[in-house]
Design a protein around this ligand. Structure first.
Ligand code: SF4
Length: 201
């Protein structure tokens, strides 16, 4: 079995402070990963989440992330907000609308957002690239890491940072910090189909 946490721990052996572009899906999921990774990397946060429906919800999650960044008060962390295009995203993903949450639709959704991150990272000469999504119990860390490995081959020059942020008490630390900070916590994953699922239950 892959031990992504072990691989993540090896970053303490990396020399210097490489440039990391990190995909972040919402404020809640960013808390522990950023606190941990900023010890080792010069971080740029990449908010690329055209999956989120409606736009007001996109703004709420971005606002929570900005509040957390203000709390960290770390000038070395930059934030880039990618273009929001939910119409195009939904068009691409709609063929899989009947899939359950955690199924093939989510694989495609992870890939679309991670690919945008890799594309930007390669264009702007980042050393490393990753996503915080593995902190969530609802996300498949094996799939995220598999996609990261595929994209590393497709976007030469950018190293994929393997991670399962929920491991090693990551999820407990993330929950505790979130409770302290009182950040906005969404009650559905993000796409229009995940709202329908919550309402059906
Ligand atoms: S349920 Fe979440 S991960 Fe799955 S497709 Fe929708 S937004 Fe993406």
């Amino acid at each position: 079995m892959n031990n992504y946490q072990k691989q993540l721990k090896q970053i303490s052996e990396i020399k210097g402070r490489p440039k990391l572009l990190i995909h972040i899906c919402c404020g809640v999921c960013s808390v522990y990963p950023l606190q941990y990774l900023r010890q080792f990397f010069d971080i740029t946060v990449f908010f690329s989440n055209s999956n989120i429906y409606p736009y007001e919800e996109f703004e709420r999650r971005l606002d929570a992330l900005q509040k957390y960044l203000a709390h960290l008060d770390d000038d070395s962390i930059r934030l880039i907000v990618d273009r929001y295009d939910n119409e195009n995203y939904t068009k691409q993903i709609s063929v899989l609308k009947e899939e359950p949450e955690g199924g093939k639709r989510c694989y495609l959704c992870y890939r679309m957002r991670m690919e945008e991150t890799f594309r930007y990272a390669q264009k702007h000469h980042y050393d490393y690239c990753t996503t915080v999504m593995s902190i969530s119990n609802r996300k498949n860390a094996d799939w995220l890491n598999e996609i990261g490995e595929q994209l590393e081959k497709e976007y030469p020059g950018v190293i994929y940072l393997h991670a399962d942020f929920k491991k090693g008490d990551g999820i407990t630390k993330n929950d505790l910090l979130n409770r302290e900070l009182g950040l906005y916590h969404q009650d559905y994953c993000g796409c229009i189909y995940s709202i329908r699922k919550e309402n059906d239950e």
